[in-house]
Design a protein around this ligand. Structure first.
Ligand SMILES: [Zn+2]
Length: 328
């Protein structure tokens, strides 16, 4: 097992070291990517683990921090390259979805641009110096400001069947209620257009399997959401043989059908269900109200299932998703 060095941050076999990669400067500050290199004592796989690609998805950030804290390189084969918070600007400024510096969504900027704005440089830096050295990528997410998400994993599906299968196996390492493994082109259509620049493009870029774990909301940071990500990561480390043990794989349904309600008009959203709650056919999920107190639209679940996505914000704009039910 060799020494690992990234931009002068050096971990000898059996060491856990911390440091920062410089990304770019604003007029008075330098923005940096925090990185932990946890180098095992024997040869093995390298897992790139990202938290805070969206900087307010805190349960996932906390899970990466706990992974760093609890990892014992003296008992590891291989390496963990972990970034607790990739999107420092969003983390520090508490903005929803976009960086306050360039108004870009960090998870649409990969593989990045060395000569670009802060988010584009961040994408370039983490891809070229961290993800390019890994055998697999796990990017941990959850609900952004106004959102709440219930335990699922997106397994990247590219043009390489072997990588696709591996990404699904990685997704099964998480105690997920469902796995989204739609082909990325199908998925892009479902999201209303081609989605470019996801961190999962590393599957095409570096030929490594990629997953995105999703659970939680910015506030409160729930322990069960932290545990979802944390247990998934621990299982993933077992799956790749980086730590001892046999991974427990879930048999969560892959690509179950579902329902997604969008606001037909803007107004005030009153959800009638909780995230994760089981719902019946015809059960009221919530309603939209105008500024004079009139109910303008009610939403019911077309089938039995559970609440996988919930808008948790009083004011809602036209076209925004309100609630998602998975029929599983
Ligand atoms: Zn996210």
């Amino acid at each position: 097992m060799g020494t690992i060095s990234i931009d002068g941050i050096t971990a000898k076999p059996g060491e856990k070291v911390f440091g920062f990669l410089e990304v770019g400067t604003t007029s008075v500050n330098t923005y940096r990517i925090p990185i932990a290199i946890i180098n095992g004592v024997a040869e093995g796989k390298t897992l790139a683990l990202l938290g805070g690609t969206h900087g307010v998805e805190f349960a996932s950030i906390e899970a990466v921090i706990r992974t760093i804290r609890n990892a014992n390189p003296q008992k590891m084969r291989g390496t963990i390259l972990a970034v607790p918070v990739l999107n420092g600007p969003q983390f520090e400024h508490r903005t929803a979805f976009l960086s306050p510096f360039d108004q870009l969504n960090q998870n649409r900027q990969f593989p990045g641009d060395l000569d670009g704005t802060l988010s584009q440089r961040t994408a370039h830096e983490v891809f070229s110096k961290i993800v390019s050295k890994a055998d697999a990528l796990c990017d941990c997410h959850g609900g952004d400001i106004t959102e709440d998400l219930d335990d699922y994993v997106i397994a990247r599906q590219s043009d390489d069947e072997a990588l696709n299968r591996m990404a699904i196996e990685m997704a099964k390492c998480f105690p997920a209620k469902m796995i989204d493994a739609r082909n990325w082109r199908v998925r892009a259509d479902a999201l209303g257009g081609p989605v470019k620049g996801l961190s999962a493009v590393a599957q095409d870029e570096f030929k490594i399997p990629c997953i995105t774990s999703e659970a939680g909301c910015p506030y409160p940071v729930r322990e069960r959401n932290v545990q979802f990500h944390y247990k998934g990561i621990q299982n993933l480390l077992k799956y790749f043989g980086i730590i001892e043990g046999t991974p427990e794989l879930t048999d969560a349904p892959i690509n179950p059908d579902g329902y997604r309600a969008k606001a037909k008009k803007g107004g005030i959203w009153w959800p009638k269900v909780e995230i994760g709650q089981r719902v019946d056919v015809g059960q009221e999920l919530g309603y939209m109200q105008d500024l004079f107190g009139n109910i303008i639209e009610t939403y019911e679940s077309p089938k039995k299932g559970y609440v996988r996505f919930l808008r948790v914000w009083y004011s809602v704009n036209v076209g925004e998703p309100l609630v998602g039910v998975s029929y599983s």
